[in-house]
Design a binder for this molecule. Structure first.
Ligand SMILES: Cc1cc2nc3c(=O)[nH]c(=O)nc-3n(C[C@H](O)[C@H](O)[C@H](O)COP(=O)(O)O)c2cc1C
Length: 164
């Protein structure tokens, strides 16, 4: 199975560490949007798309990359993110990116989210929040999620530890 994971991780490397954990399981290459030729994704069985959350959305570089992808025949994809806070019910950014990927010809077969060290402006004043995230339980959840991607729909959300 050929798998590529497209990841933007600019703040603390939180999402990159989750991407690397998944990549080990899937024997995937982790690339930034600027490093990958969209044509390369055509040859993939599965493509991962992930970033931290910035002002209640995926990183603009990831969103732009997805927006500019040509529409193709059906391929499989998964979406993952790290963020300081859980996704609010009034701003479903995971569903939105998955919807955009669907319009580009991807079947989104799984989504994964966990908390990450967050020094967004209001939290910077107190030294940041979720200082030890992603942590052991998050990496374990990411590993299990990646293992499940070979089969049917997968949904990972590490809610096993405080602050999830
Ligand atoms: C400028 C900025 C804006 C952010 N906005 C949000 C946000 O809207 N919601 C949230 O839950 N976390 C927010 N965060 C926290 C990041 O999503 C979190 O730290 C994430 O794990 C960063 O991933 P990265 O280290 O892979 O870049 C923000 C962080 C920064 C620096």
């Amino acid at each position: 199975m050929k798998v590529v994971i497209v990841c933007v991780s600019v703040s603390h490397g939180n999402t990159a560490r989750i991407a690397e954990t998944m990549a080990k399981v899937l024997e995937a290459r982790v690339v930034s949007p600027e490093e990958v030729d969209p044509a390369e994704l055509d040859a993939c069985d599965l493509v991962g798309f992930g970033s931290g959350i910035f002002t209640m959305d995926f990183h603009p570089r990831l969103r732009r990359f997805v927006r500019d992808l040509p529409e193709k025949q059906r391929r499989k994809a998964f979406v993952f993110t790290t963020s300081g806070l859980p996704e609010p019910p009034f701003r479903r950014y995971v569903r939105r990116l998955a919807g955009l990927l669907g319009r580009k010809g991807f079947d989104v077969v799984g989504t994964f989210a966990c908390r990450g060290f967050d020094t967004w402006a209001p939290f910077k004043l107190v030294g940041g929040i979720r200082k030890d995230r992603p942590g052991t339980a998050d990496f374990e959840a990411a590993r299990r999620f990646a293992e499940g991607l070979g089969g049917g729909p997968a949904c990972g959300e590490n809610v096993s530890s405080p602050g999830s």
